[in-house]
Each structure stands twice: as C-alpha cells, then as structure tokens.
Design a protein around this ligand. Structure first.
Ligand code: DLL
Length: 433
C-alpha cells in the first residue's frame, strides 16, 4: 500500500479526520470565495453550524451549472499566484469547467493516483505507458504525476498513434498501460487487423489502468482476453481532482474511495435526499483538503452505490460500485429509463457482436425511436443474410425482455463505427438537436 496508515484507518478514526477536515474545507470556501459566501448566506448556513458529520445535510449542494456559471476562475479560493496548474472538464455542452490546483493540491492529486497504482500491484519497477491525453484533460498528467510519485517510470506518450504505442510497449518494456477502455479495444482491433504478427503476450505488458468512461464487467473480460492483461478500473472527475478519486485493488470488487480527501454521500437524484449506505443513487463529493478549487457537496450526476465490507486487500476505505453511467446520460425511451451501459451489457452477451456500437435516439411524431448500430465479427458478416437476420432478432428480443424497450437493430461491418482515442461518444440523441 502506498499509504498504509490512511488506507487501513478504522472507520471511527476516519470519521474524526473527515469531520476535522470538513470543518476546514467549508470555512475555507466560505471565507475565501465570494460565490460560496453569498450562497451560504442566502441559504442561512454558516460554517459554525457544522458540528458533526450529520450537519453536512444542512449545506446546500453545488451543481454543475453553478460551476459553469463561474467560468473561468470564479470558484477559486486562493489568490491566483498560489495556483500552479489548471485543467478543464471535458464538458460537451455550455462552458467548460476550469479547475485549479495549488502546489499542495498537485501533491494530493499525485498521491491518490499513486495509491491506485500500488493497489493494482505496481511498484517502482513498473514502466507505465500513459496513453491518456495530456493537456487540459486530467487523465494524462494525472497518471503521469501519480506514476512518478510511486517511483515507477512514466512513458508520456499521450493518446493515439497506435503503431507507436505498440512499438514502445515492445522497445521500452512497458508493464502497464493507462488509457480509456475504448482505446484499449481499439488497440486490440488494430493488432488483429493490421499487425497480426504482433503478439502482446510476448511483451512485458501485464495490466491496464482504465477509466474516464463507464465500462462493464463484460468489457473487462473482453479486454483481458484480447490483450492478455489484467484490467483495472480507475475513476475520477476533474471537478473533484481528476483520476484517483477511487480505484480498484487486485480483488476487482469495487473501487476504494480516498475518503480522507473526498467525502462521499449518495443522494436520490430526484429529491436530493441523502440515502443510507448501500443504496444506489447520485454520488456527491466534498473535497476535504483542496485549496484552489474547493468543491463542497458537489452533485456529480454519476450513479453508483457505496458499501463497506472487509476487503481481502486489507483496505478499510469505503468502496464504490463501478459507475454505470450518469443521471444525465440516462435515456428515456417511451417512458422507459435506460442507461447506455445497460445496452452495452446486453450487446456483449450476444455471440458474434463486437463491443463497438452507437445508439441513435430520435423522435418520430410523439414517439421516441431508438436504433442500435452494432458491429458484427468478420466471419458472421460474410455469412448468409439469414444468419444476420437471426442475430438482429436475438438482440432485439434481448432488449425487449431485459430492458423493456423495442429497438431497431442495425448490424454493420467490422471497423465501420468511428473509433476513439479518448472517451468514446456512443450516443447520438437527435431529440436534443
Ligand atoms: O475522466 C478523469 C479520469 C481520467 C478518470 C482518467 C479516470 C481516468 P472528466 O473528464 O472530468 O475526468 O470526466 C469525469 O467521467 O464524472 C464519470 O462520469 C466518467 N468517469 C470517469 N472515470 C470513470 C470510470 C476524467 N472509471 C466523468 N467509470 C465522471 C465510469 C467514469 N465513468
């Protein structure tokens, strides 16, 4: 473990630490940022009212919209000369959210990523190929600094250029690769189609560090099989820090949240009511130590569940379930709620389909229409039309019975759905255009 004392802290001690830090965080935001000050005054909340963690419920939530409204630096709580780095969220609508870090914040960021890497079994002997994008996105630099903090070697290749990725894996002897799960599959496709002579199993690559987008257990199996590596989940969001908010351990049974830095709550996304531990809902974050860009009760819109159970790895940190999607990703098709990740899970169970798909939602008259385009493997595609028809019917039946939706299934040739080097864009919602 990178920080055994914290990662195995008994719950009562963790709660003490969180309360002390929460008091600091809320006062810091209130006293050093005009937006928080005004907001809390208007809501009748004062940091003095926070006496126990139960009182947290009295603090108003912070929303994504408020972050956008304060573009670019309106939520910073330190003088600009203390800010040593900025990143920005990958927002697709409206203003991006710009997030800032002091020297101390950069340290914390590196530490939480280093903890994740150690939890996947990485040591200073590892060579980590960082294939997340470097830039305003937090993935590249986040993994990079975490790797250095652990004392392993970072290969800052950034995303894309698959041929070069393969060359460096071989020549440098990279033992781990960090990228989005969709890019990992892209690499597998590339090898199969363009470099059948290249055998990843003959390289030193043994694990992948995947996150920045939802990916299912089936996707994990697929990546592990095709690349011959262990696939671990890393989660995070720029508004909170970046990657490293939580990560799996070798048990692969939930992601340990670094709750000494990030206080987590689960709420009902409709009512905002705090739900008991174990229930599924929207995860809300409070940054307990962040200086430049504090986030107090930030509504992430990510949907998950928190649970505490003794983990074989020995960590006592609360676990969160793999994030399956965001409340704002949820599609409502003729009154039925579906997440793209559920669609993915159904597709991956059907033999002959590839994990490359696109979901197109449209409205015809008053009714929603959903079309799912999915690639099928080469062999099937060259088969008789009857075989393909049978497959589309099987998929459509599964959608009806498992998800309760009627979808038009379009089977397409391998390599026809656009590939991503970063986060995959899988949903086209024409109702919003
Ligand atoms: O994606 C940070 C990151 C970089 C995480 C590299 C992991 C690896 P944003 O661009 O701000 O930050 O996007 C954050 O992506 O709220 C989730 O909806 C989604 N997300 C991130 N990691 C996971 C994951 C980075 N492991 C948003 N599983 C979050 C599911 C994830 N969703």
């Amino acid at each position: 473990m990178f920080n055994r004392d914290i990662e195995t802290l008994p719950l009562n001690k963790m709660r003490e630490l969180q309360l002390e830090r929460f008091k600091w965080a809320v006062r810091h935001a209130y006293e050093n940022n005009a937006f928080y000050h005004k907001k809390y005054d208007a809501a009748g909340f004062h940091p003095d009212q926070l006496k126990s963690l139960d009182d947290v419920k009295r603090i108003p939530f912070l929303t994504k919209q408020e972050m956008r409204d304060n573009y670019p630096f309106g939520l910073f709580a330190v003088p600009m000369e203390k800010v040593v780095r900025v990143h920005a969220s990958s927002g697709t609508t409206g203003n991006a959210t710009v997030v800032g870090y002091t020297k101390h914040d950069v340290e914390v960021f590196a530490e939480v990523v280093a903890r994740c890497l150690a939890a996947y079994g990485a040591t200073e002997k590892d060579i980590i190929q960082v294939a997340y994008g470097y830039g305003l996105f937090t993935g590249g630099l986040g993994l990079h600094y975490g790797t250095e903090k652990l004392g392993a070697m970072a290969v800052p290749i950034s995303g894309g250029n698959t041929e070069r990725q393969l060359m460096l894996i071989k020549d440098f002897g990279s033992t781990m690769i960090a990228c989005t799960p969709s890019y990992a599959l892209n690499i597998a496709d590339y090898i199969e189609k363009k470099r059948p002579d290249y055998d990843l199993r003959k390289t030193k690559l043994r694990a992948g560090i995947f996150g920045a987008e939802p990916w299912s257990e089936n996707m994990r199996k697929e990546i592990e099989q095709r690349l011959g590596i262990e696939a671990y989940d890393i989660y995070g969001l720029s508004e909170v820090i970046g990657p490293g908010v939580s990560g799996e351990c070798v048990e692969k049974s939930g992601l340990h949240v670094h709750e000494d830095h990030f206080y987590v709550e689960i709420i009902d996304p409709e009512t905002g009511e705090v739900l008991p531990e174990g229930e599924k809902g929207e995860i809300v974050y409070t940054t307990l130590t962040k200086e430049a860009f504090p986030g107090i009760r930030y509504r992430s819109r990510d949907i998950t569940r928190l649970y505490r159970e003794p983990c074989k790895c020995g960590r006592t940190l609360v676990k969160m379930e793999k994030v399956t999607g965001r409340s704002d990703d949820m599609l409502i098709i003729r009154g039925v709620n579906v997440f793209p990740s559920q669609i993915e899970a159904v597709l991956m169970e059907v033999e002959g389909t590839e994990p490359h798909y696109q979901i197109i939602v449209d409205r015809k008259g008053a009714l929603d229409d959903i079309e799912v385009k999915v690639e099928v493997n080469e062999k099937l595609f060259s088969d008789e039309i009857k075989v393909l028809e049978g497959l589309s019917k099987r998929i459509a039946d599964r959608f009806r019975s498992v998800l309760g939706i009627s979808a038009k299934i379009t089977l397409v040739e391998p390599m026809t759905i656009p590939r991503s080097e970063g986060k995959a864009g899988r949903v086209i919602d024409r109702r919003k255009i």
